[in-house]
Write a protein that binds this ligand. Structure first.
Ligand SMILES: [Fe+2]
Ligand SMILES: [Fe+2]
Length: 131
């Protein structure tokens, strides 16, 4: 599950950064910084989860989940809202399992990350309303 989380963190970090590069139009101007900021946070999530997984004795994956940049701003942000929603569901499950197994550190790590994913979801949902 931690490698699944890493794969999606790498995916969205590239996805958002390329959306930052490919933004167009006036509305794109308003979203370009959000794409970049969130992309960097996702890369840090990948790093933190990889550190935890390596500590637990496993090798972190280098392969992202399929990246979906989108052809226009609406396509981009619609995809991003979906990806954040998936992250929130997946991380809640990881927290539950970690708590059940007494792995407090992993549970705490994912609580911190979950807080940021909820922020990202909120940001993309707000942006989507304005497109
Ligand atoms: Fe993330
Ligand atoms: Fe996120």
């Amino acid at each position: 599950m931690l490698n699944g989380a890493i794969a999606r963190e790498i995916q969205v970090s590239i996805q958002y950064m390329w959306q930052h590069v490919q933004w167009i139009g006036v509305k794109g101007f308003a979203t370009k910084d959000a794409f970049e900021d969130i992309a960097k946070q996702e890369m840090k999530h990948a790093e933190s989860i990889a550190e935890r997984l390596f500590y637990l004795g496993e090798i972190p994956t280098t392969k992202p989940e399929p990246i979906n940049v989108g052809k226009n701003l609406k396509e981009m942000v619609t995809q991003d809202v979906k990806d954040e929603k998936n992250a929130i569901e997946m991380y809640k499950e990881i927290i539950q399992i970690a708590q059940k197994e007494g792995d407090t550190t992993t549970a705490f790590l994912f609580m911190e990350i979950l807080k940021q994913e909820e922020d990202h979801h909120d940001t993309f949902t707000t942006l989507l309303e304005q497109i």
